[in-house]
Write a new protein. Sequence first.
Length: 535
Amino acid sequence: MEQSAIKALIAKRHPSYATQAPEWDFLQSAITGGPEYTRGNLYPHALEPAQIYAGRMQRAKDHHLNISKMVVDSYEGYLHQTPPTIAETVPDAIRAYTEKATQAGASIEAFGKSVSRDVESFGIIYIATDKPTKPDDRILSALEEKELDLKPYSYIIHPQDMLDGKIINGQFVWCMVRETVREDETPQSSGEIITRFRVWENHQITVFTPVKDANGTVTYTEDIFPNALGCVPIVRVKFAESTDDFACPGLIADIAHIDRTIFNYNSLQSEIHFKTTFPQLKIPYDGMIFETNEDGIESLTEAGQAIMKMGVNSFIPFSSTLGSGPDYMNYPDGPSKDLREAVRELIQAAVTMAFLDGENAVEGKQSVGSGVSKAYTFQKLNKRLSAIADMLEAAFMQVFKYVCLWSGTDIKAIPEGAIDYPDTFEVKSLTQEIVDVVSLLGSGIKSETLEAKIYKQLVVLAFPKMDEDEQNTIFDEIDGAVKDAYEMADLSSQAAAATMTDGLDPASIVKADATSDVRQAEKDNKESGARNAEL
């Protein structure tokens, strides 16, 4: 292919890419944070001198709460509480892949965490499944392939690197991927970071690699390899359904922008505190700064020159004719209060968008709300987590097909439900769980079994690591106590019924019954004593 044609090809971009690439870069920096985020997202205000803005920029990294990352971390904590289950009947190729899914040796559990984290951040990512190339064109035995570790592996392609392509029925017909690699084949290699382009097609793979000559002119080499699979082994993973094949809003699509506003508000509030920590002093300058010579010309004294120079930074000199003495200039507290309130409201908006307001993941405390509203929030969060889990299952089921194709295994051997993520998640806090359990006691339901179970559940929640023998002892005590309480309640009910039928005092019935028990016990003791005397 001619160089002009190669350069025209690698310059192509899908229409969605052109509009979404800046947003993807922003979302990536929002999650990563650090100096790059600070430089690109701290905005100067209209009346701010460049010197003041530069100072704010230096301190700004301390003001990024990174709520976007906190939200994603919270979801990941819930989503991966329990590892996925792999079916016992999966083929050996898939079993080996689940133990080592990436070239770095990550298991499918660890790789799944990276997949879910990235799709929550970007809204769309891609999983490519490839196989290491053979050292030559000869056919290798199974033992040789095992020794060379030539097993399929997967890696994530971020949306910024999926430059162009065509999808039909959810499957790539072709696509062009940008790859960033380092020239480090040998110790003598340049170590330079280069950007090459890989074009996947159903029957071939073409790699365009830049080469720079002595004059600095860049040309591209073209390497073509056969695609033995007959298809493009790349799976598209989307956070939600969308009509755009190459774009989809993710979990933090709106939260990241709220996060940026909070970042700027925090920086402004910090600047107010920075300035008000050392308020400026106003002092009268008359008699200190100016002197009049014999010709009646007024000029600055030597001390006055020093005072005026120092006053620019430390205090403001003014004429005593204004009728006031030395005083401090303080900034009004109104702007700072407004910023604090705005930040609180924005944080609440962010956690509400993420359905995390049942347990405030950002402020680390239980949020205020009715039990019904919290239950609704927990339900919505569980539903969204379940949808992400379903998304991971569907993505890996497609990946398993490519693993089988690369390994020469029949894809029909993949069982239904080869990988299974949990469907429900523990999204409530301990405090909320205890509140919910205790509320059942006040529900009015009269059940000895239910009440005993409620108390046992409270013990499990409060002491999750209790010794099993100790726990069983407590459970037996609970069963006995609840049983005694219900028996006493039955006795009281019988007394009340007797009152209704015979006009007797319920207390006298209970007392008479107790007295009878005492007399019977005394009689038993006397008889036992008599028998012992005979013996």
